[in-house]
Design a protein around this ligand. Structure first.
Ligand SMILES: [Zn+2]
Length: 275
């Protein structure tokens, strides 16, 4: 059994100077590909159920599904709820097998964020589950604007709520289709000096490979949430399978065509975050 919490995988990553990938999962086939990549690379990973996936597949199904994969795997795997915005969503995830939750209070005032994050931490820790929080605001490509994380606010949120990991906004942006995010290393260093827990970069699809590697090996950033890059790979693989093999009609055969390309890109991404 190798189900793990963020503490189990991010603390060794911080001391060892490497990064852990938070894979945004959207179904069974991509989850299988990510676990296969983790086992091949002999490295821990995080399988994340974000809001879109939770709308598509209830946590009653996705929780046991991801947990099954984690328990069978030869490496530690964290089953993580991404971007929950209320305690109830976190409790539902924990009740259905998730070993970690992110409570996203980034749209709240600092005091509300601290109070609500602390309640999530209290419930989660009682169940052996880790909690990631967010302060500042990581915006969306062609959507809501980002708000840079303030080091003093990050210090208060992490220490007063007792968080295990903190998502920061330092030039990263969700849903970027090309790797051109401009990371503010000075602000990141100031945050790192104020916060004891490992840091998380959301929107890492938009962070160039060299910068990801620098952040993983030289800074306190230990977890990189990546979705768009893998969704692009899945879409491309699916499209070429349908165009190139017109005799294909079986859903399982079609979807299985995406597994090798996804596993390959996942392995490459994991490798880049290691020294
Ligand atoms: Zn995010």
């Amino acid at each position: 059994m190798s189900i793990a919490s963020l503490n189990d995988v991010l603390k060794p990553a911080k001391t060892g100077g490497y990064g852990v990938v938070g894979f945004v999962v959207l179904g069974w086939e991509d989850a299988l590909s990510y676990v296969a990549a983790a086992e091949k690379m002999q490295t821990p990973i995080v399988l994340q159920a974000g809001p879109g996936f939770r709308r598509h597949m209830p946590v009653e199904i996705s929780g046991p599904m991801l947990r099954y994969l984690a328990e069978k795997a030869s490496v530690p795997i964290v089953c993580h709820i991404d971007h929950a915005t209320c305690l109830e969503e976190c409790i539902a995830g924990i009740d259905h097998g998730f070993s970690s939750v992110m409570f996203d209070g980034s749209r709240l005032t600092l005091n509300e964020n601290i109070a609500k994050s602390a309640r999530v931490v209290e419930h989660a820790h009682r169940n052996g589950v880790s909690v990631e929080g967010e302060i500042g605001f990581v915006g969306y490509d062609s959507g809501e604007k980002s708000k840079m994380t303030m080091p003093a606010e990050a210090a208060r949120l992490t220490s007063e709520a007792g968080l295990d990991a903190l998502a920061v906004s330092v030039g990263n942006l969700h849903l970027q289709k090309t790797g051109n995010a401009d990371i503010n290393l000075r602000r990141l260093a100031e945050i790192e000096a104020s916060v004891a827990c490992p840091l998380v970069i959301h929107g890492a699809s938009g962070v160039p490979d060299e910068m990801r590697r620098h952040l993983a090996t030289r800074t306190g950033v230990c977890k990189f949430n990546i979705g768009t890059e893998f969704r692009q790979c899945f879409g491309k693989a699916l499209r070429s399978a349908l165009e190139d093999e017109i005799e294909l009609f079986d859903r399982i055969d079609i979807l299985n065509k995406t597994r090798r390309p996804l596993q390959e890109i996942a392995e490459k991404t994991i490798k880049n975050l290691r020294p």
